[in-house]
Design a protein around this ligand. Structure first.
Ligand code: SAM
Ligand code: GLN
Length: 279
C-alpha cells in the first residue's frame, strides 16, 4: 500500500498526508489501517486512481463515499441528491434554540436525503414530522436514512410538490432549505456544485426567491393562526422578503450563519434575543 500511496501522491500532486486522508475517506477505513493491507493489488490501485481522478474533476467527495455527516448522523447520500451543508447543521441548531414553543407537528419541504427532518426528531422528541421532496431519488435516499435510524414512526415521508398532498393538515412549524440561488448567479457557483449537484435543488429562479415566496404564501393555509416558518435564504433577498412579510403583517427576523452572512429567516414565534452572538 505504501507504493500505491506514493504513486498517487506523485501523480496527483498531493502530499503523502493528503493522499492518505483521501484514501482513508474513500476506502472508509482509519488512516493507519491503510498500511495493514500489505498487498499492492492492481484492482485497489485502479479503484483509488479512478476516484482520485473523479475528485480532481470536481465530483464532490460525498458522492464518492456516498455518505455525509450531518450533526450526530452519518447519512447515506445518493449521488445526485443535494449534499447537506454545514450552514444547515447550524440552521437546525438555531431552530431549536430560537423557537418559543414545543412544536408537535412539523413539516419539512424539500428534505433531500432527509438530514433536517432526521435531526429535528432529536431536537423535538415529541414531534411528528412530515417530510416531502419532489425528486424521487431524494425520497428514496431519505427513506433509506429514516429506516436506518428507525425513525419511520416519527417521520412521514412523501414525494410531493410543495404542500400538494396536505388538503387540511395544520402544522405548528414549517421548515425549509429551499432552492434559493438566484438563477443569474448559478454560473458563479463552484464547479462541484454547478456541474454535479441537482439544479432543481439550488435554482431559485430570477432573484432566487420564487420558491420562498410560494412557500410563505401557501404556509398560512397549513397553519393554525399565523404560520411559524424557518427558512434558509440568501443575504441579497432580505429587502424583497422584508417587504412581503411587512405587507402580510407577519413577525419575522433574519439571522446570520457562522460566516457572518445573513442566511436564515424566522417567521412567527421565534426569539430574536436568543440568536447566539459569538460571531
Ligand atoms: N433539506 C435538504 C438539505 O437541507 O440538505 C435539501 C435541501 S435542497 C437545497 C432543496 C430540496 O428541495 C431538493 O432536495 C429538491 O429536490 C427539493 N425541491 C425542489 N423543488 C421542490 C418542490 N416543488 N417541492 C418539494 N421539494 C422540492
Ligand atoms: N448555499 C447553497 C450552495 O452553496 C445553495 C443552497 C440552496 O439553494 N438551498 O450552493
Amino acid at each position: 500500500m505504501k507504493e500505491i500511496i506514493k504513486k498517487l501522491s506523485n501523480d496527483f500532486a498531493l502530499s503523502i498526508d493528503e493522499t492518505e486522508l483521501l484514501a482513508s475517506a474513500l476506502l472508509q477505513k482509519p488512516r493507519f489501517a491503510l498500511y495493514l493491507q500489505n498487498e499492492c493489488s492492481p484492482e485497489l490501485e485502479r479503484h483509488l486512481r479512478l476516484k482520485f481522478t473523479l475528485l480532481k474533476n470536481g465530483v464532490p467527495i460525498e458522492y464518492l463515499t456516498k455518505q455525509v455527516q450531518f450533526l450526530n448522523y452519518r447519512l447515506k447520500l445518493y449521488p445526485g441528491v443535494f449534499i447537506p451543508r454545514l450552514e444547515t447543521e447550524y440552521f437546525v441548531e438555531l431552530i431549536r434554540k430560537l423557537i418559543k414553543f414545543k412544536p408537535l407537528k412539523i413539516c419539512e419541504i424539500g428534505t433531500g436525503c432527509g438530514a433536517i427532518a432526521i435531526a429535528l426528531t432529536e431536537s423535538f422528541p415529541d414531534a411528528q414530522i412530515v417530510a416531502t421532496d419532489i425528486c424521487e431519488l431524494a425520497v428514496q435516499n431519505a427513506r433509506e436514512n429514516i429506516l436506518h435510524f428507525h425513525l419511520e414512526e416519527r417521520i412521514n415521508l412523501l414525494r410531493a410538490d410543495f404542500f400538494s398532498p396536505f388538503k387540511s393538515r395544520i402544522f405548528d412549524l414549517i421548515v425549509c432549505n429551499p432552492p434559493y440561488v438566484p438563477r443569474e448567479r448559478i454560473k458563479d457557483l463552484p464547479k462541484s456544485v454547478r456541474d454535479f449537484e441537482p439544479r432543481r435543488a439550488i435554482d431559485g429562479g430570477k432573484g432566487g426567491t420564487r420558491f420562498i415566496k410560494k412557500l410563505i404564501d401557501e404556509a398560512t393555509t397549513y397553519s393554525r393562526n399565523h404560520p411559524n416558518i424557518a427558512l434558509e435564504i440568501d443575504e441579497e433577498q432580505t429587502d424583497e422578503l422584508s417587504q412581503i412579510l411587512q405587507n402580510k403583517n407577519l413577525p419575522y427576523f433574519f439571522a446570520k450563519d457562522l460566516f457572518n452572512k445573513i442566511r436564515y429567516l424566522f417567521i412567527g414565534e421565534f426569539n430574536k434575543c436568543k440568536v447566539p452572538s459569538y460571531l
